[in-house]
Structure formats: structure tokens, C-alpha cells
Write a protein that binds this ligand. Structure first.
Ligand SMILES: Nc1ncnc2c1ncn2[C@@H]1O[C@H](COP(=O)(O)OP(=O)(O)OP(=O)(O)O)[C@@H](O)[C@H]1O
Ligand SMILES: O=c1ccn([C@@H]2O[C@H](COP(=O)(O)O)[C@@H](O)[C@H]2O)c(=O)[nH]1
Length: 261
């Protein structure tokens, strides 16, 4: 008659109750309280996620040559990356451009958040940026060389990218004094239409660069991965230097510098 108080009996009853709740009552409540639209949305989300995971697992990120392009705002990362694309067969992915495109996408859930971070010169949470970069890489299945420009902006982003996507082979660093950067950004601001090419935003971007982004370059330099290009001098001179350095980079990696495809 004391069976009901036996510890094993209590444990068994609790287990049965918990399983019943998890297997029958909870799913039923969740199912029942959702509208048809919500159920369809969840279903689509599940299918989309499964499809994405399948694509990611089939995309050989680790076999790609990824080069990060870093340097202060206005140091010439975009200008030189464009030229490296045609000479070495890179796909150029600018993290800033991807964020601006996402911000403009009408149905994006991140539009306002990105607009705020960019105007304030802050670093958008890395899950968003890495997601955009990963998708953009997957849009180029045939390409083996990626120039990732303006990323990583802090050490946390660098670690997250290397842990979840792939390791960078090298970092191309455009070194430039602050006064030169300022002059170039103000000049670009006359026509760029960018919300952050104004003196207030530029000051904030510089602070973020020196506090958060420069340490990334220093960390990669300690690993011997940084190749430095001085960004002073004419556009042609700067590019000539970058071209020489990238040619050497491919030689060091044992790859033909010229694009083969
Ligand atoms: N060597 C150079 N001499 C003079 N002007 C240059 C040189 N290189 C780039 N510029 C100009 O400086 C401005 C900034 O260059 P660019 O947009 O390539 O920099 P960025 O590093 O990509 O900037 P951001 O990080 O803000 O996107 C542009 O207007 C560009 O035309
Ligand atoms: O990895 C990144 C790259 C960029 N941002 C934000 O975008 C702006 C503009 O970037 P540019 O490279 O100068 O085009 C930058 O100031 C950041 O606010 C980012 O958050 N994360």
C-alpha cells in the first residue's frame, strides 16, 4: 500500500507525465494556437533552413582562397579591390556594400538597424554580416578566390567568420594616415550619397576603426598574415604596389597568380 510513495514509482510517474506533456499536449497546444498563416510561415522557414543547411554543407568554403582587405575608412580598399578582380579573378565582396544592399531591401527585417549602425559608424552584429557574406560566397560556386573588403571589423567577427565559414589566407592592409583618410572621405561625400560620408559620422567611424578594427590587423600581423600596401601616392602607384604584393601572395600559396578560368 506504500507503493505510491516508493521513489521509483514517483520517478516513473513523473517520467510518464513529462513524456506525455512533451509528446502530446505541447505539440497539440502549439499547433492549435497558431493561425494557418503562422503554421505556413513556420513550415516555409523549416524548409528554407533545411535547404540552406544542405547548400552550406555542399559548399567547400575551406577550399577557397579568402583574402581580407582592411584599412581605415577611405584608404582605397574598394578602389583597389575592383582592379584586383580583373587581374587575378577574385570575386570582390564588400561587407559595407552588402549591408547597404540589405538595408535597401524592402522586406528586410534588418533595414532600420543597419541604417542606424552605419550612420553611427558602429559595427553591425556579426551574425547579420557573416550571413550576408556566406550567402554572397555561395552565389559564386565556381569561384575559388574571394576578396572580402572591409571585414572583419573587430576580433569577435574575425573569430566567428573563421569558426563558421573559413580561415583567411592573408590580409591585404591599406595603410594610410588619418589626415589623408579624412580628406578623401570628405571629397567622396560630395557625390557618394552615403549617409556616413559627413564629418560627424566620419569621426565616429575613425573611433571604431582605431578601437575595434585596427586590433584585428595587429592580430593577423602577429600571425604573419598581413601584407601592407601604403595608400599614399597616386592611384596607379598604389595599385602597382598592391598588384606586386598579390602576385607574390599567390606564388607563396603555390598558385598561378593569373586567373585560370
Ligand atoms: N591613391 C588615391 N589617391 C587619391 N584618391 C584616392 C586614392 N585611392 C582612392 N581614392 C579615392 O578615395 C576615396 C575612398 O576610396 P575607396 O572608396 O576605395 O576607399 P574604401 O577604403 O573602400 O572606403 P570605405 O571603407 O569608406 O568604403 C574615393 O573617392 C577614391 O576615389
Ligand atoms: O563588417 C562590417 C562592414 C561594415 N559595417 C558597417 O558599414 C559601414 C560602412 O562600411 P564600409 O566598409 O566603409 O563601406 C561601417 O562604418 C559599419 O557601420 C559593419 O558594421 N560591419
Amino acid at each position: 500500500m506504500f507503493f505510491g510513495f516508493h521513489p521509483f514509482a514517483i520517478f516513473a510517474s513523473l517520467t510518464v507525465l513529462a513524456s506525455g506533456y512533451l509528446m502530446i499536449i505541447k505539440p497539440f497546444m502549439e499547433w492549435n494556437f497558431k493561425t494557418q498563416d503562422e503554421r505556413q510561415r513556420d513550415e516555409k522557414k523549416m524548409i528554407h533552413e533545411a535547404y540552406r543547411k544542405m547548400q552550406i554543407s555542399e559548399f567547400p568554403f575551406d577550399k577557397k582562397t579568402v583574402v581580407f582587405v582592411l584599412g581605415g575608412p577611405g584608404s582605397g580598399k574598394g578602389t583597389n579591390s575592383e582592379k584586383l578582380v580583373s587581374d587575378f579573378g577574385f570575386v570582390h565582396l564588400s561587407a559595407g556594400d552588402l549591408l547597404r544592399a540589405e538595408q535597401k531591401r524592402e522586406v528586410s527585417q534588418y533595414g532600420e538597424l543597419i541604417a542606424h549602425y552605419i550612420r553611427e559608424g558602429l559595427i553591425v552584429p556579426h551574425e547579420i554580416t557573416i550571413g550576408l557574406l556566406r550567402n554572397a560566397m555561395m552565389d559564386h560556386p565556381g569561384c575559388d578566390r574571394f576578396l572580402i573588403d572591409g571585414f572583419p571589423r573587430n576580433l569577435e567577427q574575425a573569430k566567428a567568420f573563421e569558426d563558421t565559414v573559413c580561415k583567411a589566407k592573408k590580409v591585404l592592409y591599406f595603410e594610410c594616415p588619418e589626415a589623408v583618410l579624412l580628406g578623401r572621405l570628405l571629397n567622396r561625400g560630395k557625390t557618394s550619397g552615403r549617409t556616413d560620408d559627413n564629418i560627424e559620422s566620419i569621426k565616429k567611424r575613425f573611433a571604431t576603426y582605431f578601437n575595434d578594427s585596427k586590433p584585428v590587423i595587429d592580430a593577423y600581423a602577429k600571425d604573419g598574415k598581413v601584407i601592407t600596401v601604403s595608400c599614399e601616392g597616386s592611384m596607379d602607384d598604389v595599385y602597382k604596389n598592391a598588384h606586386t604584393q598579390v602576385t607574390q601572395l599567390f606564388k607563396d600559396l603555390g598558385q598561378e597568380p593569373k586567373a585560370t578560368a
